[in-house]
Design a protein around this ligand. Structure first.
Ligand SMILES: Cc1cc2nc3c(=O)[nH]c(=O)nc-3n(C[C@H](O)[C@H](O)[C@H](O)COP(=O)(O)O)c2cc1C
Length: 367
């Protein structure tokens, strides 16, 4: 039986175990620059085999939530350096998740108060689709995303260039690699989804056209960092943030899987974005995906140790990822190893605020 607690090698990286900390936005930096507290939060969790950072916007345009540290400025690169140094001192590994929210933003967050950009002019309008903004009274709160404007064809390369620059910045900041955030209803999914993406240019219509932006971005990042430092996160069958159902959802992602396979990138990270209490990525789909993409595969979404063992044993995935359990259990790997009880996270402190619910969850040793 594969030992999940034993080291795992992939693409020139050596992880001390197979447990991945999933990317989690914590929205705790009013100046948008990671600081010593950010570094402490990650340092406390450095026993994960691999950490994927919270989504970090590649540009001011890519932001949808206040107080989320970005990766476009020199000051931010310096801030992230505190984080990567902390992880490396502890013998851990960390990839930066590069993020552009597309239409999931608000004019108050955009440069010059402009409209957020997307594949489409259709705004996200289900009740759970919310941007996180500063109200007129200066108090943070949720707001309906603004009506987006569709990127002009010739503008798309500028967005790709923003990702390439963010990749260079991630490298300067000392990250082991980057993960393109192409999951969860944000910019890339807004292009992948044919109901939302009604474009008639080379970025709309056929599957080849809808995956073009993702692949152009991946290729640009491979050009900057090399294929071993580029991972990607996808969320097949995701409905979060008003993403309509479409017929060829499975085939769209299998096509993408075949294209990513050719590029031999570091990994693909699937997020099983549960809808209405149900997993949306079943084992039959994982099996298909695995055939199409033969590289390192990570899966997140209500993961448990038993499920992780089963999926790895069946060769359906290589690495299990855990999100919320890492919020409240900084030493999650040790707890799983010992079969110790897991602390439950407090949802009220997921986003915003200070150290409460952030760096004050004790490890077993301290508890
Ligand atoms: C507070 C919070 C913030 C999150 N932020 C991100 C993010 O920045 N990028 C991303 O891809 N997923 C994000 N997610 C999704 C998680 O990475 C993960 O896929 C999800 O929580 C399911 O895993 P879990 O059931 O182990 O928590 C976030 C989840 C939570 C709870």
């Amino acid at each position: 039986m594969t030992d999940l607690f034993a080291p795992f090698r992939f693409a020139g990286h050596e992880l001390r175990n197979r447990f991945v900390m999933a990317p989690m936005t914590r929205a705790r930096r009013p100046d948008y620059v990671p600081d010593a507290e950010t570094a402490l939060y990650y340092r406390q969790r450095a026993s994960a085999g691999l950490i994927v950072s919270e989504g970090t916007p590649v540009s001011p345009e890519g932001q949808g939530y206040i107080h989320v540290p970005g990766i476009w400025s020199d000051e931010q690169v310096e801030g992230w350096r505190l984080v990567t140094d902390a992880i490396h001192e502890q013998g851990g590994a960390i990839f930066a998740q590069l993020w552009h929210v597309g239409r999931m933003s608000h004019r108050s967050l955009q440069p010059d108060g402009g409209a957020p950009v997307s594949s489409t002019t259709r705004p996200a309008r289900d009740p759970k689709s919310m941007a996180y903004v500063l109200g007129e009274d200066g108090v943070p709160g949720f707001a309906e995303p603004s009506v987006p404007r569709a990127l002009a064809t010739e503008e798309v390369s500028r967005v790709v260039a923003d990702f390439a620059k963010a990749g260079r910045n991630a490298q300067s900041a000392g990250f082991d690699g980057i993960e393109v955030h192409a999951a969860n209803g944000y910019l890339f999914e807004q292009f992948l989804n044919p109901v939302l993406n009604e474009r008639t240019d080379r970025y709309g219509g056929s599957i080849e056209n809808r995956v073009r932006l993702v692949l152009e971005t991946v290729d640009a990042l491979i050009g900057v960092l090399g294929k071993d430092r580029v991972g990607i996160r996808l969320a097949p069958f995701n409905r979060q943030f008003d993403m309509p159902v479409y017929d060829d959802g499975g085939e769209t992602y299998l096509h993408l899987a075949r294209e990513l396979d050719k590029r031999e990138i570091a990994y693909v990270h699937l997020n099983d974005n549960w809808a209405a209490g149900h997993s949306v990525i079943d084992e039959a789909f994982l099996r298909e995906f695995r055939k199409a993409y033969r590289g390192t595969l990570i899966l997140a979404g209500a993961m448990t140790l038993d499920r992780a063992r089963h999926l790895v044993e069946e060769s359906l995935i290589d690495l299990p990822a855990f999100g919320q359990p890492f919020i409240s259990n900084p030493d999650l790997v040790e707890r799983l190893r010992q079969g110790a009880a897991l602390a439950q996270p407090d949802r009220a402190t997921y986003y915003g605020g200070g150290s409460e619910g952030y760096t004050d969850y004790p490890s077993l040793e301290i508890a």
